[in-house]
Design a protein around this ligand. Structure first.
Ligand code: NAD
Length: 403
């Protein structure tokens, strides 16, 4: 996947003014992520260097990259200025790059017209979104970047799901009392472990690839039949059911009650023979589908592990507890939150490159910030602008009586 290098596309200084005006570098701020457990940072030195060469002025909050193993001095060497006062950093910014959504406190530091780019998780951040609306902040939500070919390099959902899938397989292996590969040793032959992946989207495919590399026998299932080809190309076995639930945009639709019963039966049999089960099944905007009931967990092998990536949206397993690891009926159930933060070095690197590509949409050929967000990708991801919430479902939630 190639990321467009902004410096090749933009000649001259990136400026906030229109053509002919004195060029004022656009100040891009990268605050430290303060959400509990968040280790990532929204930019990394390589990307800062490219942005600086393109004419942006990059200001990074002191220690913003430390927990992702990008210390301040690497940012300084890449051309960034280190900011020691968060309020001043936010107040001085034209563009703010973030991983997690802004808090109300941070929004209150921003000047009118500031552009904030990051994950916005609107359902859980209505207060901050209302405040951005009222303070006339412009917010782009990376989760709404459309999954079209042109947007692949800025698809942060995919880059972070890749990280999550990798960590899920490692977590599963770490909690499994068995070896994953087949071993032939003087002390006897070890059979390979069986890993089952439910949901073969971006995270699921990465979990399959990682479990295969660790030497396990891998099986996978997805309601989208198109996923079968990708699963098989990774050397895993695809479990077939006479259902194709692919809906608009490549996402899955909800199954009918009869389809759900058929799915349950087939999935239960596969879960019962697995040593590690990684579940990633999600339906955008809805509670995660229940794929593993308590009865199925009771059928599993002692020591088996379930890593439920859908824990934050209700869980694919009935016994999952979000944010906790519990043991039930001899099975370890892991309900992880924010897995990309466990590989912060690379998840930050990928995220920063996503943002680099996204930023290229915000300037015209003269290096001037665009005023109209008519580009399909900008229009789709524009959450708040000029005192209005532009995303219909979020607007409905807000007018349903919340803030
Ligand atoms: P997701 O996180 O929304 O869901 C994960 C997986 O769970 C999906 O593959 C889904 O089909 C599956 N699933 C849902 N209900 C299920 C059930 N009951 N049983 C089993 N599996 C179930 O998915 P994602 O990783 O965001 O990817 C969604 C789609 O978008 C995929 O088709 C993917 O290939 C596509 N995609 C396209 C692009 C692009 O073209 N730029 C980029 C990324 C993803």
């Amino acid at each position: 996947m190639s990321t467009p290098f902004i410096a090749q596309e933009i000649k001259g200084i990136i400026s906030a003014g229109s053509k002919g005006q004195a060029a004022m570098p656009v100040v891009v701020a990268v605050p430290k992520e303060l959400a509990p457990g968040e280790q990532r940072v929204a930019s990394v030195p390589d990307v800062v260097q490219k942005l600086t060469k393109s004419g942006y002025e990059i200001r990074i909050e002191h220690d913003a990259g430390t927990s992702a193993y990008y210390p301040d001095d690497l940012f300084t060497a890449a051309g960034a200025k280190i900011a020691y006062n968060r309020a001043e950093l936010l107040d001085s910014a034209r563009i703010v790059l973030r991983v997690q959504p802004p808090t109300v406190t941070d929004v209150d530091q921003l000047a009118e017209g500031t552009i904030v780019i990051g994950f916005m998780n609107p359902t859980n951040n209505l207060d901050a979104i209302a405040r951005m609306r009222d303070r006339k902040i412009t917010a782009f939500a990376l989760e709404f970047v459309p999954r079209i070919t042109r947007a692949q390099s800025m698809d942060a959902l995919s880059s972070q799901a890749t990280a999550a899938g990798y960590v899920a397989a490692i977590l599963g292996a770490d909690n499994c009392p068995k070896f994953l590969p087949m071993l032939t040793t003087a002390a006897g032959t070890i059979r390979p472990a069986t890993v089952l992946i439910l949901g073969a989207g971006v995270a699921g495919l990465m979990a399959i690839a990682t479990a295969k590399r660790l030497g396990a026998i891998v099986e996978a299932y997805d309601v989208r039949r198109a996923a079968g080809e990708q699963v098989r190309s990774l050397g895993a076995r695809f479990l077939e059911l006479e259902i194709n639930a692919e809906a608009h945009g490549g996402y899955a639709r909800e199954l009918t009650p009869e389809e759900k019963a058929m799915e349950q039966q087939m999935v239960s049999a596969a879960v019962a023979r697995a040593d590690i089960v990684i579940t990633t099944a999600a339906i955008p905007g809805r509670k995660a589908p229940l794929l593993i009931t308590k009865e199925t967990v009771m059928m599993m092998r002692p020591g088996a592990v379930i890593v439920d990536l859908a824990a934050e949206s209700g869980g694919n397993c009935e016994l999952t507890q979000a944010g906790k690891t519990v043991r039930e009926y001899g099975v370890t159930l892991i309900g992880p939150q924010n897995l990309p933060a466990r590989v912060p070095f690379h998840s930050s690197q990928m995220y920063a490159k996503n943002l680099l590509s996204f930023l290229a949409l915000l300037v015209d050929n003269n290096g001037v910030l665009v005023k109209e967000f008519t580009d399909e990708i900008l229009a789709a991801s524009l959450l708040v602008h000029a005192g209005e919430v532009r995303h219909g479902p979020t607007r409905d939630l807000l007018s349903a009586g919340k803030p």
